[in-house]
Design a protein around this ligand. Structure first.
Ligand code: COA
Ligand code: ZN
Length: 310
């Protein structure tokens, strides 16, 4: 099993889409610049969805174009969420060649989130994946509400597994299994990810966790034990989902980086620099953000100097 954890930063997209603060394009680019400097190699920068549905992402075109034309970012991969053809067109036009698509396990969530049934969402995802293959666009797929739906409650693991396989068969490059509202428990997380990993490819499987019920780190530990080595997280634990009542922020990037460090797994992320980004996030969001580890870090980090040498 790999001794390296690949952190996939979703703060600028999953994080900011659910913050009510008015974050300017310039501030987003500054946030992302800090993330790049902290060593986050893969960043989901924005989403090309309907600006009326998610006004926070209305500047997707400007954000993506700015990132892709920046001289200093050639080693960083910037991904965008696209949920329909129009989104794909816009992303492609902006130069984006790394796209994330998605379907939900829950029928009700699918309707509320994208106004599509799950079957329609699968059709759309299939079409987008085929276009991406022709255009040589790298793709990741989200399986949303894999464990619990805010409207329907617990999801059937068999259905989640079947849907994961359906997405996998679209020849996507990476599959991210999402606890969209952060109501999953460690046993269910471990079991489902282990099974999906067996039937797909564990090295291309990601866990997308939220910390709503303070089980983000416990669920991440279960995912690590199941063999998962890719984790979606959001700097400062920003975020949630505007279409999922009760969803709190993502698992914080600083928390997963710290957990990996404690378990002897590398991430390539410089925690010292990451804290500068968390402090910047405080400023643009207008409240103190930060993962579970923040308070301890601020008073004790000098006791564990080796952490800087990760
Ligand atoms: N970007 C910009 N405009 C879009 C668009 C997109 N991605 N998708 C559709 N539109 C426009 C169409 O051009 C059309 O415009 P017109 O009336 O001027 O012709 C109009 O919206 C309706 O198009 P339609 O295909 O019926 O889309 P929709 O209104 O059913 O919206 C989604 C579908 C998926 C784009 C929309 O539900 C959405 O953006 N949801 C947000 C989901 C999300 O981000 N969730 C959080 C992350 S999981
Ligand atoms: Zn999420």
């Amino acid at each position: 099993m790999s001794g390296f954890v690949r952190v996939y930063e979703v703060g600028p997209r999953d994080g900011l889409q659910n913050e009510s603060a008015d974050v300017s394009t310039k501030q987003k680019l500054e946030l992302i610049d800090g993330l790049v400097a902290a060593g986050l190699a893969r960043i989901e920068a924005t989403s090309f969805v309907h600006p009326r549905a998610v006004p926070q992402m209305a500047d997707a075109d400007a954000v993506m174009s700015a990132l892709l034309t920046h001289d200093g970012y050639s080693a960083t991969t910037f991904t965008a969420l696209v949920l329909n053809e129009k989104g794909y067109d816009r992303a492609y036009e902006a130069g984006c060649r790394h796209m994330a698509l998605g379907v939900a396990v829950s029928e009700t969530f699918s309707q509320r989130n994208t106004r599509m049934s799950t079957e329609e969402a699968f059709d759309t995802a299939g079409r987008l994946a085929r276009r991406a293959a022709e255009d040589r666009v790298w793709t990741r797929a989200y399986l949303m509400t894999a464990w619990v739906c805010p409207f329907e409650g617990p999801m059937s693991p068999r259905k989640a597994l079947a849907y994961a396989r359906r997405l996998w068969e679209m020849d996507i490059d990476e599959l991210s299994i999402a606890d969209t509202i952060g109501h999953a428990d460690p046993l269910s997380v471990g079991r489902l990810l282990e099974e999906i990993g067996h039937q797909t490819d564990m090295t291309r499987l990601a866990a997308h966790l939220h910390d709503t019920q303070v089980l983000g780190l416990a669920n991440a530990t279960a995912a690590l034990s199941a063999g998962v080595r890719i984790f979606d997280s959001s700097v400062g634990g920003l975020g949630g989902c505007p279409f999922a009542p009760g969803a709190a922020g993502n698992l914080a990037t600083e928390d997963i980086v710290f957990l990996a460090y404690k378990m002897g797994l590398g991430t390539g992320v410089d925690l010292g620099r990451l804290w500068d980004v968390v402090a910047f996030a405080d400023k643009i969001i207008g409240r103190r953000v930060g993962g579970r580890i923040r308070d301890w870090w601020e008073s004790h980090a000098d006791e564990e100097p080796e952490i800087f040498a990760m």
